[in-house]
Design a protein around this ligand. Structure first.
Ligand code: SF4
Length: 380
């Protein structure tokens, strides 16, 4: 279902729909308060209206989000929730408000939290985070006329934890070759636009449908895919068709989102202190930056990957600032790296990538034939 159709159908359920800025908003909290969270990434299509307000050297995530809120879904969102994820997103709420006012529309009510960007081992910021969540809960209660309850919150956490476990199981299916990376990423990205209950149903049906290994021959390369969004389907298909096995991913909209869920917690404040404190490292969570290389190296060696495919979101300075150092470390470990860049419109211009991806597959295959079990080539 397309995101716009999904918002329309969610509204028919009678619960207020809250558009959440990516990447890691507190979904369980909204759900527990009878609201439907709708994460505003993985959107597609033209951005003509947004371009009147946002420079064309902003990433596609921000431009598509703006297009969706100001134009496509104008009037359909009952609220917007955002946090200090990155500089681009931090500046968007005011742009959206002004842009909507200019066209005579009223911006939906906006809810904001500030996640402290300091390492937990350096400073205990749990008190600050608690204040932020107390204030958010108070604002949501006042605006929507709902009440927060720890019991309902625990039930929502259980649902989301189940959903994240299922994502990990499906990821394992891709790693084992019983599901294509295209099928996996397409399903998970579209699940993002469903209520969590339907996400669980979709993921369970996919797991039940997993069959024997799809490739009878050995893959031409075992790779880890990385980036902010899952690659467009057209590019994922090139990856599958080239004979790669995606044995793991470090994608913000995929693994980084579902990799961690607290096992024990005492209340909503403690839960989110764990969530943000122990999150899988992400370039947007600045306090996790030092742990990223170590985690990725662990993933590469644990999954016996011989290649690292970085699918960069054009103009995302967070990802591109890290890439040179990460690439150097990976190559020193003997892991080949291919970096490609995607931007608006690139899902229809795949031929640009075909040659590079196929050439990389040939290179990894040749390296496998001469070295065993790991390759030792840089490949950008
Ligand atoms: S792609 Fe990068 S710059 Fe764009 S919203 Fe995401 S983190 Fe921010």
């Amino acid at each position: 279902m397309k995101p716009l159709d999904s918002v329309k159908s969610l509204r028919e359920c009678g619960k207020p729909v809250v558009g959440c800025f990516p990447p890691y908003p507190p979904l369980e909290l909204l759900h527990s308060m009878g609201l439907t969270p709708f994460v505003l990434w993985g959107l597609r299509g033209e951005v003509a209206d947004a371009e009147r307000h946002i420079q064309n050297y902003a990433c596609s995530v921000a431009r598509r989000l703006a297009q969706f809120v100001m134009s496509d879904a104008n009037g359909l969102l009952d609220g917007l929730l955002f946090y200090n994820a990155c500089d681009t997103l931090r500046n968007l709420p005011e742009i959206l408000r002004e842009g909507l006012a200019e066209s005579g529309a009223v911006a939906p009510p906006m809810f904001r939290i500030h996640v402290p960007m300091v390492p937990t081992e350096q400073t205990d910021s749990s008190g600050y985070l608690r204040n932020e969540f107390e204030s958010l809960i108070g604002s949501l209660e006042a605006h929507f006329g709902v009440r927060f309850s720890e019991e309902k919150f625990a039930a929502s956490v259980a649902l989301y934890t189940n959903m994240r476990d299922l994502c990990l199981q499906l990821e394992e299916d891709v790693s084992q070759g019983t599901m294509t990376f295209t099928d996996f990423s397409e399903n998970l990205m579209s699940a993002n636009f469903l209520p969590v209950e339907n996400q669980v149903e979709l993921l369970e049906s996919k797991i039940a449908g997993s069959g024997p290994s799809l490739d009878s021959e050995s893959p031409r390369g075992r790779v880890i895919a990385s980036g902010i969004l899952a690659p467009p389907n057209s590019i994922s298909r090139l990856i599958d068709d080239a004979g790669f096995r995606v044995v793991g991913n470090d994608i913000a909209a995929l693994h980084r989102s579902y990799a961690y869920a607290p096992e024990t917690w005492s209340d909503v404040y403690d839960y989110y202190a764990h969530v943000y404190g122990n999150h899988f490292p992400c370039t947007t969570l600045l306090y996790t930056a030092d742990k990223r290389v170590e985690q990725i190296m662990k993933m590469v060696s644990g999954r016996r990957a011989d290649g690292f495919l970085f699918v960069g979101e054009k103009f995302c300075e967070y990802e591109y600032l890290e890439l040179p150092y990460l690439e150097k470390q990976l190559k020193e470990l003997g892991t080949s790296v291919l970096a490609i860049e995607i931007s608006i419109g690139d899902d229809t211009a795949v031929e640009t990538y075909r040659t590079r991806i196929e050439a990389w597959a040939e290179m990894l295959e040749a390296a496998q034939a001469t070295t065993s079990p790991r390759v030792g080539q840089g490949g950008k």
